[in-house]
Write a protein that binds this ligand. Structure first.
Ligand SMILES: [Zn+2]
Length: 190
């Protein structure tokens, strides 16, 4: 027969296990797409900034032209027919997450020639990439890597995002604007 004391001990053990699992899930992070992968690297642009016509959907990692770019997590490059056209002219590579739904996009890069050849030779088959190992390409003349997660739905700077990043910048509001039917009604500046 299980005593009350034993029950209590079992509950306590379960609680400890639950806390460990939860903290792992909350704090799980992924490596940077540029070397050193443990990071951190300069961030020149953040998620949600207003850019003339749209909200910025990712972060700009301040590593210059020619910097090698690798996947942050293991994944799959969708490889439809015509892969050469799909990737060579667009200056980005999209990698689907392997373990969960979602994707990472590596934008403003010149895709690696060897990788493109591999994609061409395996047309129609999703192509496996390994974090920190498969060279995706190098930063193009935009002089920074635009890095996006889940099409902008997730902030790579969140806890559980890019590894070892501590945001020390103070958050502030500089302007607040109110619009009605596209017409500005009020504007406040600080
Ligand atoms: Zn950007």
């Amino acid at each position: 027969m299980v005593t009350k004391k034993a029950n209590k001990a079992i509950l306590l053990n379960l609680l400890v296990v639950a806390i460990i699992i939860m903290s792992k899930t909350l704090l799980w992070s992924y490596q940077w797409p540029v070397s050193p992968f443990v990071g951190a690297h300069p961030i020149n642009g953040t998620l949600g900034e207003w850019r003339e016509t749209h909200l910025h959907a990712g972060v700009d990692i301040g590593r210059g032209t020619g910097t090698e770019v690798y996947p942050s997590v293991d994944g799959l490059i969708p490889n439809p027919l015509g892969a050469a056209d799909t990737y060579q002219n667009r200056h980005f590579i999209k990698v689907l997450k392997k373990k969960e739904a979602g994707n990472f996009e590596y934008i403003h890069i010149v895709p690696d020639t060897t990788l493109l050849n591999e994609l061409r030779s395996q047309e129609g088959q999703d192509y496996q990439v390994t974090a920190g190992v498969t060279l995706l390409g190098t930063v193009d003349d935009q002089n920074h890597l635009h890095f996006e997660e889940n099409d902008g739905a997730l902030n790579p700077l969140r806890v559980g995002g890019l590894d070892n990043y501590t945001d020390t910048a103070r958050t502030y509001v500089s302007t607040l604007e109110f619009f009605r039917q596209g017409t500005e009604m009020h504007r406040y500046n600080w």
